[in-house]
Design a protein around this ligand. Sequence first.
Ligand SMILES: [Fe+2]
Length: 309
Amino acid sequence: MTVTESSTIFHPGPRQLRRTPDDWVDQPYTRFTLRPMSPTIGAVVSGVSMADAVDAELFQQLNRALLEWKVLFFRDQHLTHAEHSAFARNWGALENHPFIRVRTDNQPEDTPEVVRFEKGPKMAGFENVWHSDVTWRANPSLGSILRAVEVPTVGGDTLWADMGAAYDGLSDSMKERIEGLVAVHDWYNTFGRGMDEATRDSLRPDFPAVEHPVVRAHPETGRKTLYVNQAFTQHIVGLDPGESQELLAFLYNQAAFPEYQCRFQWSVGDIAFWDNRSTQHYAVSDYFPQRRVMERITIVGDRPVASIT
Ligand SMILES: [Fe+2]
């Protein structure tokens, strides 16, 4: 079978979208309200102050909302670095980014887990490629919590894609084709590109190329999720280079369907908290030379697996 046979690149008509797995039990939210931004992905949370402590019930409800909606938005929060970190720690240990700190000298000193993305006249935004964060790690992030510090007058939106819905939308033959495949992910061609050779070589032993399943089972929902991305996936193991490239190009393109997406227009103080295991995102780079400053914290995740036993 070739990729083209089962390709659905041009397929107008309605999509059958599922927001949650078929066996998911809906429960009411009592601690906040949710306003959906699309049928399956993205919801604005109202009634939560992220600077305050998160008790067990609130954590349980926020985590359920994260699993169901994949990206949660909180308006007007204006967190300090310490508050940002404290909120994120409810979900687990926090990551330190090994490469961004090497390449830029404006990272916050007080909280090394906070990564600052400062874009403007000196450095234009280059995160306008569909990706999920740090899939070059053996254990990519569970989630990312991004805070808007400074935004352009217009533009600089972020889009997210529901990769569970994208998987569902594949033809049966394509699902069969990619079942059990494994892909190599690496940081070398993205973060490595701006580094000198000595720096790259010194980081290599700690961050070798890693393999992840092309279809990941979400560790908390069990849902099958398309888990290759344009920024970090290199090739599919066991396929010849041409076939790997063609298949990956087809799979990458699934994130680009608007039916699987939501789009968020930032104001200063807004927060987006996304499930990095079930989504990809794309930062629109349309505001140069205006400034856009964001701060991100990522939470340590687990090793992606193809199925949950
Ligand atoms: Fe990202």
